[in-house]
Design a binder for this molecule. Structure first.
Ligand SMILES: C[S@@+](CC[C@H](N)C(=O)[O-])C[C@H]1O[C@@H](n2cnc3c(N)ncnc32)[C@H](O)[C@@H]1O
Length: 583
């Protein structure tokens, strides 16, 4: 099979191989072509595909050359018109002949396309393509606020100063984030984040995957918002060990480990227990922890369910802090700008474009999956960075109920650890039900009340988080918990919660985080044994709102008066109980 047939087959991915483009190519032992050549052909052709798609269509190539599929036509046209070494096939190769027959028209259409886009020379067009500056005229204009490439400097391996002087030597320091959001891919510019220490923003398409710093774990790609939980947890030398209850791929785990190590240079050894239930993701977590040199701090609980961790076990006797980032709807996730996007030509008949799949139903021209689906674009992840979460599809409201039930359960389990006095709860979701909704329900639970868990108010948060202005949102109509709190008190709880929104000039994904704390008096043995009455999660679901009267401060919500649940709320709770029991 020639290079081009193999490239088309990789793109069609008829075997549904998972992973990024790179891993699909490099892990495929059956390929004859060199993986480097295949990867270069696909990623280069994709960069040019917006222009070449038009050229192939205007030339009517697909209608005339039955051997060519849209993908093959695009790849071959790329090599004919753009690649320095031309088409990589012998002179009589059937595919080469099919394209060479139209060389004059293809070249003429290419020149027209270049001039039409306002580029006087091929070099000028080449530069624009390299910098990802070509706009798709059929698409709405690019997002106003592009998503930067966030880079966390891993202090377990290096320092900010060292990275500025090595990896980012020769880069300009931007004075605001907009300068990097707007910058072309090749711009050497960084912005030092004002909220999170050791965090840099770079232009959206900055490619550092080949840098030594990335390979050695000195820098880690991690969205700004994803750095909030470990920073907000603010673990110090006196906080003992920590648990990350939902760890893979390990961004927050390694961040937490780096913060622990940094603050605890001379003192006791503190560990991070990292729980990950999923087997495949545990392998990723292990790799990530090793690459970040966090393996001396992090103890991985492989394929282990955090809910099965015994809070009273000797092993966790010194756990003072818990980071909880459970699975969620992923509705806050932002698609990366650096994915490979291949725009494919469609067949044009008498001036009207017709999708190949409609016209040639009988003729199996290739495994062109995207066209068979009626789409004319392939979108592939270029590198192997593992996403923290995969967005949920389908039946949102049912999924939100199931997810929030699970999230609450995880949070209440974390509240059982006898020596824990601080904890963060986060999601990359934009939905109240998974965010503030879970926080309210957790605060109202028996376990929180018995063990003295309360929300960490804004004014007691670590500086960068106190300064962050996007706070929790109160959606009263979605609250399915009875709380005898007045509006102002609910607003105060929301103000203690932190949100990030996607598509803003802050350059974050959609995210939510809240911190819970409890005072030393509650961490004492006596209070713990009283809390023994709170036995299990099923019982938690029976709670009746805030119980014993008295104080109404946000800091001690468990002292609020109980109120009677409405019928619909009772029904919802019953549904939730059934779900927990069925899990
Ligand atoms: C949102 S992701 C965590 C992302 C991670 N904190 C990071 O920053 O890289 C949630 C993870 O929790 C894991 N998980 C879900 N339920 C779990 C459970 N009961 N115990 C342990 N891990 C669980 C999932 O497999 C998934 O890898």
């Amino acid at each position: 099979m020639s290079l081009y047939y193999e490239a088309a087959a990789v793109l069609a991915n008829s075997e549904n191989a998972g992973g990024s483009l790179k891993s699909r190519i490099y892990k495929n032992r059956d390929l004859k072509a060199s993986p480097a050549q295949l990867f270069a052909l696909i990623s280069e052709a994709s960069k040019w595909s917006l222009v070449l798609k038009d050229v192939v269509e205007r030339c009517g190539l697909l209608a005339e050359e039955k051997k060519l599929t849209p993908t093959l036509a695009l790849l071959l046209t790329h090599d004919l018109l753009v690649a320095k070494s031309g088409i990589a096939a012998h002179a009589n190769h059937v595919l080469k002949l099919a394209v060479l027959r139209h060389k004059a028209r293809l070249s003429a259409e290419f020149t027209k396309a270049r001039i039409g886009r306002g580029y006087a020379t091929l070099d000028a067009l080449r530069e624009a393509v390299d910098q990802g500056e070509l706009e798709d005229s059929d698409q709405p204009p690019k997002e106003l606020y592009r998503h930067p490439r966030w880079v966390r400097v891993n202090t377990l391996r290096t320092s900010m100063e060292e990275q500025i002087n090595t990896t980012f030597a020769g880069y300009d320091k931007a004075s605001n984030i907009r300068e990097v959001q707007r910058a072309p891919a090749s711009a050497k510019r960084y912005f030092e984040d004002p909220h999170i220490p050791n965090l840099l923003a770079l232009p959206p398409k900055a490619d550092l995957t080949k840098s030594e710093a990335y390979a050695k774990g000195a820098i880690i790609f991690q969205d700004k918002a994803s750095c909030f939980p470990a920073y907000l947890l603010d673990v110090g030398p006196d906080d003992g060990d920590a648990i990350d209850g939902c760890a893979a791929p390990g961004n927050k785990t390694t961040h937490l480990a780096a913060m622990l190590a940094q603050r605890n240079m001379h003192a006791k050894r503190q560990k991070v227990f990292a729980y990950e239930r999923d087997k495949a993701r545990t392998i990723t977590l292990e790799k990530m922890v090793k690459r970040a040199s966090a393996d001396s701090v992090v103890l991985i609980k492989r394929s282990a369910d955090f809910l099965a961790a015994d809070p009273d076990s000797e092993e966790f006797a010194h756990v003072g802090a818990i980071l909880l980032d459970p699975s969620c709807s992923g509705s806050g996730i932002v698609g990366r700008d650096d994915a490979v996007k291949m725009h494919l030509p469609i067949q044009v008949f008498g001036g009207a474009p017709v999708a190949t799949s409609q016209k040639n139903k009988k003729r199996k021209r290739d495994n062109d999956a995207s066209q068979a689906n009626g789409s004319t674009t392939f979108s592939l992840r270029l590198d192997d960075t593992v996403p923290e979460e995969t967005p949920v599809e389908g039946q949102l409201s049912e999924r939100l109920t199931a997810l929030s039930t699970f999230q609450l359960r995880m949070l209440m389990h974390a509240m059982r650890f006898p020596k824990a006095s601080k904890m963060t709860y986060s999601t990359c979701s934009i939905h109240f039900e998974e965010n503030e909704g879970v926080v309210f329900r957790a605060l109202a639970s028996k376990i929180a009340r018995a063990r003295g868990w309360r929300i960490l108010p804004r004014d007691r948060q670590v500086q960068g988080m106190k300064d962050w202005n996007r706070r929790g949102v109160l959606e009263t109509e979605k609250m399915d918990v009875d709380m005898d709190l007045d509006h102002l008190q609910k607003e105060e709880i929301c103000n203690a919660c932190i949100r990030c929104e996607k598509g803003t000039d802050e350059g974050t994904m959609g995210f939510f985080v809240a911190a819970f704390v409890r005072d030393a008096e509650f961490v004492s043995e006596g209070v713990l044994s009283n809390a023994g009455a709170v036995e299990n999660v099923e019982e938690e679901e029976e709670w009746n709102g805030f119980s014993d009267g008295g104080e109404t401060s946000v800091a001690t919500p468990m002292r609020q008066q109980a109120s009677t649940a409405s019928k619909s709320l009772k029904k919802k709770r019953k549904q939730r109980r059934t779900m927990i029991e069925n899990e």
